[in-house]
Design a binder for this molecule. Sequence first.
Ligand SMILES: NC(=O)C1=CN([C@@H]2O[C@H](COP(=O)(O)OP(=O)(O)OC[C@H]3O[C@@H](n4cnc5c(N)ncnc54)[C@H](O)[C@@H]3O)[C@@H](O)[C@H]2O)C=CC1
Ligand SMILES: O=CCc1c[nH]c2ccccc12
Length: 299
Amino acid sequence: MANIHTPIPNLKLNDGNSIPMLGYGTGTAWYKTGDESQLDQACVDATKTAIGLGYYHLDGAEVYKTEPELGKAIKESGVERSKLFVTTKVLPNIADIPAALNTSLKKLQLEYVDLYLIHAPFFGSPEESPEALQKAWKAMEEVKEAGLTRSIGVSNFLPQHLDAIIKTARIPPAINQIEFHAYLQHRELLQYHKEKGIATEAYGPLTPATKASPGPLDNVLAGLSKKYAVSPGEICLRYCIDQDIVPITTSSKEQRLSDYLRAMTFKLTPREVNDLNEAGSQKHFRGFWNHKFADNDRR
Ligand SMILES: NC(=O)C1=CN([C@@H]2O[C@H](COP(=O)(O)OP(=O)(O)OC[C@H]3O[C@@H](n4cnc5c(N)ncnc54)[C@H](O)[C@@H]3O)[C@@H](O)[C@H]2O)C=CC1
Ligand SMILES: O=CCc1c[nH]c2ccccc12
């Protein structure tokens, strides 16, 4: 298998911690719809394979019900805890964040996570109220101060949600994890992140080469794939990294996980990133949370 242990660079966060610039997700492809206590050995094995290939940044969430699998994979990988970067997220149990994180830690068999995220701003009563967001963020600050997580952040937040928490925050969010690819460029949100020193993580980074194909990016992706001798998906991963955005991908296939690491072996020119931006802006595609974001909403 090619690319074993291809080094993945780090991005420095606003709290001084560092995050590896490619993550392996245990959500899509793996989340359970049934009983969480029924261990999915295929998920454990794929996660161990990913760790073995050098994916030390691992993304989970309470809602995926795969924290037990992630924990088992970490334990059995034999990789030192300090070398791994483990994320989990809260949403169903957001009313009691310390209890939710302690439950996640038990399932993960860990004493701390590296990053704890509010999975989405859609909770509270009324949903997305500034007061509900501020109250949840205060609890996030407390679990960081208690040492249960090294960094805290959010996911699927828009500028108005970030504004609400920043207004009363003692600790600013380190990261916002959003759906990001050339068909969902979030230019205003990215500018906001830059101004506030918030790092961006991209889920769904392969979307232009998978779910949203065919489309206006196909020819540009094909040309760049030929030039760099990689797949269109690897161009999509590099498109994120070259904008300092941390992609989180996944696969159950070892070969694909290995191939994705080729994204560490080349760099797109600013002009090529611009070509992808231009072609991508001719189509809008959102693969997740469509029921919460307006249909034609490019935020
Ligand atoms: N915070 C949030 O709300 C969300 C977070 N996530 C996180 O991000 C992770 C990755 O999300 P994805 O959307 O899965 O990322 P992705 O865009 O990288 O897609 C990965 C999927 O594409 C498939 N794939 C790869 N190459 C392919 C090809 N050539 N043809 C067809 N399919 C191909 C893989 O098998 C895998 O199922 C999740 O596991 C989860 O951890 C995902 C969605 C929402
Ligand atoms: O994080 C990805 C999107 C998502 C939100 N809720 C669930 C539940 C199960 C799998 C994925 C997700």
